[in-house]
Every structure is written in C-alpha cells, then in structure tokens.
Write a protein that binds this ligand. Structure first.
Ligand code: SF4
Length: 220
C-alpha cells in the first residue's frame, strides 16, 4: 500500500458521498461514491464538469477510512476519469482489500489493464455525439470480463445506429453486459426504448436514476 518513502499514495479527490447507484446493473443499491478530480476528455454532454479541477489531495488510507464511515458495502470510484490518476489502481485495490464490492466508472479512453480483477469496470464507449469518439481505446475490449459492463450514452438516432454497428462488429454482448442510455434532454428515452425492442438489441436500457430522483444536484 505504501510508497517507497513509507507514505500512503495520494490522490486528488473531488467529493465523497453516499447515494443510490443510478446506473449499471447495480442500479438502486445504496453506494458510496468516490469522485476523483480531473479528466482528459471533454464530452459535449458531460454532467460532471465541476470535477475537472479542484478538490483536495488525500492519501489512500484517508479515503478508505472515509468510505468506512458510511457503513456501506458498495463503493463506486468515478470522476472525471479516475484512471487519469496513476494511483487509482492502488486505491481500487485498497477498497477491495477492505471488503467492499467495488465498481469503477471509466471513459474507455485509458488502459483498464491495471485494475484489480475484483473490481467491476463500467467502461464507456464514446459515441460520435459525445465529440470524443476518437478517444475510444479499442484495445480495452479484449480486457473485459463477464463482471464488467460497457456503457454507451446516445445523443440521437445517429449515435444509436453507431452503437448497433459496434455491438455487431465487436460482438459486445458476448463479452459483458451492454448498457444504452439517452443523453438527458437530447434523446427521448421512450424512442430509445422502442428502437431497442424493435431491433431486438441484446442490451440493457437504462435511465440515470439519480437524475430522476434529484435532477442534477451535486453530491447525489
Ligand atoms: S469522460 Fe466523463 S468526466 Fe470526462 S468529459 Fe466525458 S463525461 Fe465528463
């Protein structure tokens, strides 16, 4: 756990809070969210721009202790892009060692290979409407396990068609769960649901439950 100088590695932390998991197959579970600061991407529909900068520097030991105070089993490390900080894999490992069920939300633009096998990786594939599709690190697909999940956020019908092509071309549904969700206010959720049923797409439709409950309130 400790660095060669004996100190626990330190990360830039944006916020830590307990809420209901709003996405993924863990939707609805009371969860502690550890939001790390910083992201090298700039998705046009990003809803966590406040996490691009700021926050405070905390040691891994501090963060694990803070998580423990919430008394919850499920922990989600998110951002920003958590893997942009080199000590994120050590934090994930420490949370697993502390007995938590840990998930990681990642953009799909950085190498996911160093993440502990106990962690469920919720990995985005960026559709063209995000403005960041060129950042997809396609090599990550070969690293996915059954407990991981691929999330594709769609801004419109063009993005949906793109997602269908990727699901077919890379046999995504055979690798792990695939989640499709609409950008709030840009793609009608009912339309996306109807397309999925019409096309018999082997995916899971999802809405961001936390936005249904609390709109865009921070720390929820
Ligand atoms: S990867 Fe996530 S945090 Fe980064 S810009 Fe895109 S949506 Fe925002």
């Amino acid at each position: 756990m400790n660095a060669p100088d004996g100190r626990s590695p330190r990360l830039r932390l944006s916020e830590i809070f307990a809420s209901i998991q709003g996405e993924s197959t863990r939707v609805g579970l009371p969860t502690v969210f550890v939001r790390l600061t910083g992201c090298p991407l700039r998705c046009v529909w990003c809803d966590t721009e406040y996490a691009f900068q700021g926050g405070e520097t905390r040691s891994i030991d501090d963060i694990v202790n803070a998580v423990a105070t919430f008394g919850l089993r499920h922990v989600c490390v998110t951002g920003g892009e958590p893997l942009a900080q080199k000590d994120c894999p050590a934090l994930l490992r420490a949370l697993c060692d502390a007995g938590h069920a840990v998930s990681l939300e990642t953009s799909g633009a950085l190498d996911i290979g160093a993440v502990d096998a106990r962690v469920s990786r919720i990995m985005d594939l960026k559709a063209p409407g995000s403005g960041e599709a060129a950042r997809n690190r396609w090599e990550n697909l070969a690293l996915l396990r059954r407990g991981d999940e691929i999330k594709i956020v769609l801004a419109g019908e063009d993005d949906y068609r793109w997602a269908c092509e990727q699901i077919a071309a890379h046999d995504l549904a055979a690798r792990c769960e695939v989640l499709l969700s609409p950008v709030a206010g840009q793609l009608d959720p009912a339309s996306l649901a109807e397309w999925i049923v019409r096309d018999r797409l082997p995916v899971r439709f999802q809405l961001q439950l936390h936005k249904v409950l609390w709109a865009d309130a921070r720390g929820k």
